[in-house]
Design a binder for this molecule. Sequence first.
Ligand code: AMP
Length: 118
Amino acid sequence: MTYDQNNIFAKILRDEIPCAKVFENDHVLAFNDIAEKAPVHVLIIPKGAYVSFADFSQNASEDEIVALNRAIGEIARDKGIVETGYRVISNHGINARQEVPHYHVHLLGGNDLGGCFN
Ligand code: AMP
């Protein structure tokens, strides 16, 4: 998997374009999705250069994997959506219609998300 250094999330990580940041630590950045599909729609990304879940799950360090997953849970708590429920989604590749080739997790919540993944 070849990582494209010019993808939009790489530019956000380099501060070349802005984002609405909601969380940051040594390994993780999270920001609001620009085209939110729910009242809470946060994208959680590793700071390392990973194309997708397939790349991240195989090649990231255990520290990076733990940090990303802990961040998802922390942001959900901060957003107050644990009681009411939320959805965690990551798209990998063509069949999932992944648009941005930097691994990211969608955290969605704040209302009834329906019974499908769209
Ligand atoms: P995916 O289809 O899983 O690759 O989703 C990519 C997501 O990135 C979409 O939900 C877009 O709305 C979102 N997105 C694209 N550009 C930006 C941006 N500059 N800031 C925040 N979200 C973005």
